[in-house]
Design a protein around this ligand. Structure first.
Ligand code: NAD
Length: 454
């Protein structure tokens, strides 16, 4: 079944239907239509899976995807056109260019936390680049997966755009097939499985992984703004965001003030009882609920700490007095629990970050810009927002991706199309000049002239 779906995609690609810009444009427009027509159904599915409110379902999944696809449509011609580059003297008269070409059949494997955008934005990039694509939504966000698997075939009637549902067994089967690129978003353990499977066919991969994204708050920071931006990023989608601030390293002179300001922000966002807020999400599954609740004992609960199993509710929580070797500081938290650790200096914060794997995102809050510059220069992460959180990955002009343990490759905006096309170097020479200088036999004089050019 899975092999025949991939085979059909291969046949569709080989037939050439995916190459014309008109086809790509029509598919991207179709994706927008599909999302607009089924936004209520998708929003309801996100509510079932993640307890997500309608507004955030739109902002961070449905609408976010539409905006990205519209940008691809607007720039389709430009981003897929040959790119002229300079020609070196030795090859003149000639012209040089990089000619974008689709890769073939692309596989997109998505996780459950933003299950619409993390499936459809890479798929749209693959289509914009002229590929056939096979999508695999996460079985963990099962309702959203079901809706996507129902609507995609209604709108994408060519075999070139396919969707398969399933868990480990189906994905294992899928990864046995030959693809021309695999775009995987999820945890690093499965990232390794994907890369191993890809190696069998020498298939290139993009791995969008996660990790513990640190947030450094300097003594000079604007505490009220920092607290608001940290609280928003940490508690949106109940902390189940790959670029959520995983933990805070706060200068000890402002740590208490920061925690109190985070408390104020939580109340402003979700009221005195976040459980009753329509804007506060739920944890995805009972498994994740018990993993997360067990982490709360890693420190002293300064804010929140309450949970309710039946609803998979965990209150927005802040932990203080956290030992850096405690369980909450070992793995990506990926839930609404925020450890705030105190540091004595920026150098200590930088040392802490650098002693751990490279994170997907890093945030630094300081009014003293030399602190921001120092952190940018002396740490390594997928991306950085200064005096903010998450926002570096929302615009189309900054590529989004990780480094080291947090992933390889990047997308969004033009990078989101380039990742799925081969920018083939092409040199076009003229036959008008063909100086004997370049050919043997070499004389002393010829060689000395050639050395000047090469
Ligand atoms: P998940 O459990 O949904 O898994 C991701 C995908 O891998 C799913 O489609 C699943 O079916 C598949 N999969 C699971 N086990 C597999 C196996 N053994 N073999 C083959 N395929 C398998 O999602 P997750 O991994 O829990 O997602 C959360 C992680 O993803 C976090 O680490 C988070 O930081 C990261 N993430 C990264 C980004 C990013 O853009 N960099 C975005 C979202 C999430």
């Amino acid at each position: 079944m899975i092999s025949s779906i991939v085979q059909q995609s291969r046949q569709a690609f080989d037939s050439g239907i995916t190459r014309p810009l008109a086809w790509r444009k029509a598919q991207l427009e179709t994706m927008i239509t599909m999302l607009e027509k089924h936004q209520d159904e998708l929003s309801a599915a996100l509510k079932v899976d993640l307890g997500r409110g309608m507004e955030e379902a739109w902002l961070y999944d449905i609408g976010f995807t539409i905006t990205e696809v519209k940008l691809m449509l607007k720039n389709l011609k430009k981003w897929t056109a040959p790119r002229k580059v300079p020609t070196p003297m030795v090859t003149k008269p000639a012209s040089s260019m990089r000619v974008p070409q689709p890769l073939g059949v692309v596989c997109v494997i998505a996780p459950w936390n933003y299950p619409v955008q993390l499936l459809l934005i890479p798929a749209a990039g693959a289509i914009a680049a002229g590929n056939a694509v096979v999508m695999k939504p996460s079985e963990v966000s099962s309702e959203t997966s079901r809706v996507l698997a129902k609507i995609v075939p209604l709108y994408f009637t060519d075999k070139a755009v396919a969707i398969v549902e399933g868990g480990v067994q189906e994905t294992t089967e899928l990864l046995k097939q030959k693809f021309d690129h695999i775009f995987y978003t999820g945890n690093g353990a499965v990232g390794r499985v994907v890369m191993r499977a890809a190696a069998e066919n020498l298939t290139p991969v993009t791995l969008e992984l996660g990790g513990k994204s640190p947030t450094i708050v300097d003594a000079s920071a604007n505490i009220a703004v920092a607290a608001r931006r940290i609280a928003w990023a940490k508690y949106v989608n109940a902390g189940q965001t790959c670029v959520a601030p995983d933990y805070v390293l706060a200068h000890k002179s402002i740590a208490n003030e920061l925690v109190e300001a985070i408390r104020t922000s939580i109340t402003e966002f979700y009221g005195a009882d976040p459980h009753a807020s329509k804007d506060y999400s739920r944890v995805i599954s009972p498994k994740h609920f018990s993993r997360l609740t067990s982490l709360i004992s890693s420190g002293k609960v300064a804010i929140g700490g309450q949970s309710e199993q039946a609803e998979r509710y965990i209150a927005p929580t802040v932990l203080v007095d956290v030992d850096q070797n405690s369980p909450v500081m070992q793995e990506e938290i990926f839930g609404p629990i925020l450890p705030v650790l105190e540091v004595g200096s920026i150098d200590e914060a930088i040392g802490f970050v650098n002693s751990r794997p490279h994170p997907l995102a890093l945030y630094v809050f300081a009014q003293d810009n030399s602190v921001n510059e120092k952190v940018i220069a002396e740490t390594t992460s997928g991306g950085v927002t200064v005096n903010g959180t998450i926002m570096h990955m929302t615009g189309p002009y900054l590529p989004f991706g990780g480094i080291g343990e947090s992933g390889m490759g990047a997308y969004h905006g033009q990078s989101g199309v380039d990742v799925f096309q081969h920018l083939k170097p092409v040199l076009k020479r003229s036959t008008m000049l063909d100086a004997p200088l370049a050919y043997p036999p070499y004389t002393k004089r010829k060689f000395s002239i050639l050395k000047k050019f090469i």
